[in-house]
Structures are given as structure tokens and as C-alpha cells.
Design a protein around this ligand. Structure first.
Ligand SMILES: Nc1ncnc2c1ncn2[C@@H]1O[C@H](COP(=O)(O)OP(=O)(O)O)[C@@H](O)[C@H]1O
Ligand SMILES: [Mg+2]
Length: 310
């Protein structure tokens, strides 16, 4: 089941203006399943926040369509299924963590006993039970984000929209947030995570979409976006034994004392390499596919695109 579906979703701000407005989303088609953490990655200005605003019905769609659990964003019932943690939010400073959750529960019109039990289990989930009665202003940035995640979960949503949730959070705090996100996913919920930080998305997302100038230019699992299936690194005791790789198998990229990098015509050809090395009595220590970082994949994707367009 898909919790969010968009088809050719387009958002043009100030479309009526003389210059034709600003195209923030440009024919975006996307489906987010359940449960999954979908990381939407893109530089500032790519359109990430606009997507959330459109899905939440805060700003209107210019063309195309969107649904949340089957309902269009202009149907208020669609919002009942969504939890939202905005970018640079500020909670009422006089509240404690528990106070914030109770306040949120009352806004949703939940019953007292539901508020109490949900607040209790969410404080536990985000590991903030010890700080429940401390004022939010005393919290670190990471703690504020964790209590923010708990408040976004108070309505028991099907999907959470998180806009740059680890901005300004220190590395330890980031790891803690990541653990909470995984717990939420393990409870069967989905998360749409907006971030301009590659490492962030790479470490937690099941699937990643790369957004550039309002266009979704690539989607896939982190593995799919970062593996180079045809390149392998082979660690072995080559010594001074020379050997050639036939052109139909592939080509040698580099060979040092005990490290060979090959680019193969087909990944099955790795068997040819292994058989050949064993035949030559070369002791093999490891064979591994070469991965590129998501950052490199992102840069290559954007660069390819710029080349394509010229
Ligand atoms: N309310 C608005 N009015 C006009 N233009 C806007 C508005 N909000 C965002 N934009 C423009 O839309 C583009 C996408 O912005 P945004 O969705 O905030 O990107 P991101 O969240 O990826 O940084 C940018 O060019 C931004 O300047
Ligand atoms: Mg943004």
C-alpha cells in the first residue's frame, strides 16, 4: 500500500505574475510505501519544503495530483493521517516535554486517558521520559527534535513528514534521532524525510529520491544508487605474476602489489577472474563490488543532467 502518491505534481508560486512565477515542483511523480523511510535529498531551493506544504494542503497544487492514504490534500481528513515536524519550529517555551505532548493531544481532541497513555509510550520511545517534566527551553537541540518527533506522533499518524530534522543537531544527537526514526518505521509507519545532508539520508532511508530544481531525477535504494556493479576490487597475493584480462571479460583499471581493480562487461564475469587467479595459484583474500558514496552518486547524477541539457 502507498501512503503518499503524487503524479506529475507541479507547483508554481506566483503563477499569475508577469515573469511566469517560480516553478518549485516540476512534474514530480512519487510513491511512498508503508512502512518505509523515504529520504528526499536535494540542495536548498530544490523544492523539498514545497512538497510537504502541498501535501499538507498549506499551499495549492498548480497541476498534477497528490493523495495521502488515498485522499487529496484539500480534504481535511487526509491531515489526520499525517504527523509533521516543520523546519526551524519553535514550541511554546513555557511547556515541559510532557506538557507539549498533552497540549498536542488536546489540540487533536483526544480523550484524557488516550493522551496519558500515548504521551507515556512516546516519551519512552524517544528516550525522553527522564526529561518529561523539564522545560523545553532547557533541552539540547537533539532533545528538542526528539520531543518534536513524539509530538508529531501524538495523533498516531500513518506517515510522518520531517523537514530537515537534524539541522543543528550534534553527531550524538543525530544518532539518537536516527534510532527513533528506525523504531517508528519498525512500528509500521512511513516517514518522508527531507534533507540537504547526504550522510543523513544515506544512513537511515530505505529509499532515496534526488530532487533538483523541482524535478525528481533519480529514485532507488541507497544500494541501488551507490553500487557500481561492474567494478570490483580483488585483494590477492599477485606478487609479480602477470596476467591479462580478455576484452570480452572486461578491463584492468589498476593493479598494485595485492590490489586489483577491474571493470567487467557483466558482473558474472567475476567468476572468470576468480577461476583464472586460482588456476595461476594466486591466493585470493577478498573480492568486493566497489561502492560509491551517495554524495558521489548525487554529484554524478546532477552533473550528467547538466551535460544532457546542454
Ligand atoms: N512562498 C513562496 N513564494 C515564492 N517562492 C517560494 C515560496 N516558497 C518557496 N519558494 C521558492 O520555491 C523554490 C523551492 O523552495 P523550497 O521548497 O523551500 O526548497 P527546499 O525546501 O528544498 O530548500 C525556491 O526557489 C524558493 O525560493
Ligand atoms: Mg526546505
Amino acid at each position: 500500500m502507498n501512503v503518499v502518491v503524487t503524479e506529475d505534481l507541479t507547483k508554481i508560486y506566483n503563477a499569475g505574475m508577469k515573469k511566469g512565477g517560480i516553478t518549485a515542483l516540476d512534474g514530480l511523480s512519487l510513491a511512498i510505501g508503508q512502512p518505509e523511510i523515504f529520504g528526499l535529498l536535494g540542495p536548498n531551493g530544490a523544492g523539498k519544503t514545497t512538497l510537504l506544504k502541498v501535501l499538507l494542503g498549506i499551499t495549492r497544487i498548480s497541476a498534477g495530483s497528490a493523495t495521502i492514504v488515498g485522499l487529496p490534500p484539500d480534504n481535511p481528513a487526509s491531515r489526520r493521517k499525517v504527523g509533521y515536524l516543520p523546519e526551524n519550529h519553535r514550541f511554546p517555551p513555557h511547556l515541559s516535554g510532557l506538557g507539549l505532548l498533552e497540549f498536542t493531544g488536546r489540540l487533536y481532541g483526544l480523550r484524557r486517558n488516550v493522551i496519558d497513555s500515548r504521551a507515556g509510550s512516546l516519551l519512552d520511545m524517544v528516550d525522553m521520559d527522564k526529561w518529561a517534566n523539564t522545560k523545553i527551553t532547557k533541552y539540547s537541540k537533539g532533545m528538542q527534535q526528539r520531543i518534536g518527533l513524539a509530538q508529531a506522533m501524538m495523533s498516531d499518524p500513518e506517515i510522518l513528514f520531517l523537514d530537515e530534522p537534524t539541522d543543528g543537531v550534534d553527531p550524538v544527537g543525530k544518532t539518537e534521532i536516527r534510532k527513533v526514526l528506525q523504531k517508528i518505521r519498525d512500528e509500521g509507519k512511513s516517514i518522508l524525510l527531507n534533507s540537504h545532508l547526504l550522510s543523513e539520508v544515506e544512513s537511515v532511508a530505505d529509499r532515496v529520491g534526488i530532487l533538483s530544481r523541482g524535478k525528481l531525477i533519480k529514485t532507488g535504494s541507497v544500494d541501488e544508487l551507490t553500487s557500481r556493479e561492474s567494478q570490483f576490487e580483488i585483494e590477492a597475493e599477485f606478487g609479480n605474476k602477470l596476467f591479462e584480462i580478455p576484452a570480452e571479460v572486461g578491463k584492468k583499471i589498476s593493479l598494485s602489489m595485492n590490489r586489483l581493480i577491474v571493470e567487467l562487461k557483466d558482473e558474472k564475469q567475476v567468476n572468470w577472474i576468480i577461476d583464472h587467479l586460482r588456476l595461476k595459484k594466486i591466493n585470493i583474500r577478498a573480492v568486493k563490488p566497489i561502492k560509491i558514496s551517495l554524495e558521489q552518486s548525487f554529484i554524478e547524477t546532477v552533473t550528467e543532467r547538466e551535460v544532457d541539457q546542454s
